[in-house]
Design a protein around this ligand. Structure first.
Ligand code: KG4
Ligand code: ZN
Length: 363
């Protein structure tokens, strides 16, 4: 194949990111990878504020793209295409990144690829040297998403289950907000949980032992709020115990749901499986440890991509764009920004039918 060099742009949530990636016979090579985080902008509100995010993307994107091009030692003329996240995400931010991608595409006469952010996450385990080979079972757990996806090949994704209410990262963030721990909440809850008693609060485990592999966290979140209201004034130990009890409930839920997802995955693939965790919550050591044990139990390989590619980044967007372009797909300048865009639908746009012969294809 002809090597493809792609600029990726990611602005769908609270990271302004740009990366340059080359895809050749040997696989993807990340030539530069720049992420400008916005945590400081959102910390006073203890959550991502869409309008503030969009403005911060406007302010930071040009410099981020310039830095990514400079780090890769390239000019726009060296590119084979520009890939920008077109959704799903916070629409203001998505529009900023997609418009920048369209402008570069138009000015430089390079193909534009509108990328589904979830496809970026789905393919991100392949960014690392010796990264995941198809097929694999992906648990995507972030601030905005919580789902199991069978990643069978480029453009061939099957969602096995997803949250019916909150995303897991959102639940971590809401608990941290309730306890006034800091933002983003996940790392604070994880740290506090280390000094807490996981048995002190009897919290619910929604959907436990039910069929399928959907998630639900709203009831758990509400139960935490009730405990906080009952306690009134909270000591540091109260907070640690609540965090530990919350995390214990989360681990039970993840264990139960992952077992079902692996069963569903096995039914289709039979052979030795691979379990991959991605998204910001996959940074949680207790969750990683549990997933690793579950995988070992079922003779699966467990793959946790480097943390920088677990959270939002543009290298994964460049990879998804490069893979699309390699298959001959690009988009025109009317391609819309979409706040909602299910991955299965994005896959259907790329390749309507899956060829079973590609099962187990090498990375
Ligand atoms: O993937 P990500 O960077 O952005 C998107 O939401 O797309 O994920 C951020 C989420 C936040 O909700 C954050 O609280 C959570 O990941 N998170 C964690 C940990 N580190 C980040 N949750 C639990 N434990 C952690 N150590
Ligand atoms: Zn994401």
């Amino acid at each position: 194949m002809k090597p493809l060099t792609i600029l990726g742009i990611e602005t769908s949530c609270d990271e302004t990111a740009a990366a340059v990636l080359r895809l050749d016979e040997a696989g993807p090579h990340v030539l530069s990878d720049v992420v400008l985080g916005q945590a400081a902008h959102h910390a006073p509100y203890r959550g991502v504020v869409p309008e503030i995010a969009a403005r911060a993307h406007v302010e930071g994107l040009d410099g981020t793209i310039k830095a990514a091009m400079a780090d890769a030692g390239m000019n726009f003329a060296d590119l084979d295409g520009v890939a920008a996240t077109a959704g799903p995400g916070l629409i203001g931010g998505v529009m900023v990144g997609l418009m920048a991608g369209k402008a570069i595409s138009l000015a430089q006469n390079k193909p534009l690829i509108g990328v589904n952010h979830l496809e970026g996450h789905a393919l991100s385990p392949r960014l690392a040297e010796g990264g995941a080979t198809f097929p694999y079972l992906l648990l995507l757990v972030s601030g905005g998403h919580c789902q199991f996806i069978s990643v069978l090949d480029v453009g061939v994704y099957r969602r096995l289950g997803s949250t019916i209410d909150d995303a897991l990262g959102e639940a971590f963030d809401k608990l941290a907000k309730l306890l006034d721990l800091g933002f983003p909440g996940g790392p604070f809850v994880e740290k506090a949980a280390k000094n807490g008693d996981p048995k002190r609060f009897a919290l619910p485990r929604p959907l436990l032992s039910r069929e399928g592999c959907d998630f639900s966290f709203a009831g758990l979140k509400t139960a935490c709020a009730r405990e906080v209201a009952t306690l009134g004034v909270l000591t540091d130990q109260d907070k640690a115990d609540l965090c530990a009890s919350f995390q214990a409930a989360v681990l039970d839920i993840i264990t139960d749901r992952t077992r079902n997802a692996m069963r569903a995955f096995d039914m289709v693939w039979g052979a030795k499986g691979r379990l991959v965790a991605a998204g910001g919550v996959a940074a949680n050591q207790a969750i990683r440890g549990r997933l690793e044990a579950l995988a070992a139990d079922r003779n699966y390989d467990f793959i946790a991509p480097p943390l920088k590619w677990c959270t939002d980044n543009a290298a994964m967007i460049a990879l998804a764009g490069a893979e699309r372009l390699r298959l001959g797909f690009s988009d025109d300048l009317s391609f819309p920004a979409r706040p909602r865009w299910p991955l299965d639908e994005a896959a259907a746009r790329l390749r309507p039918s899956h060829k079973p012969g590609r099962k187990g294809a090498k990375a």
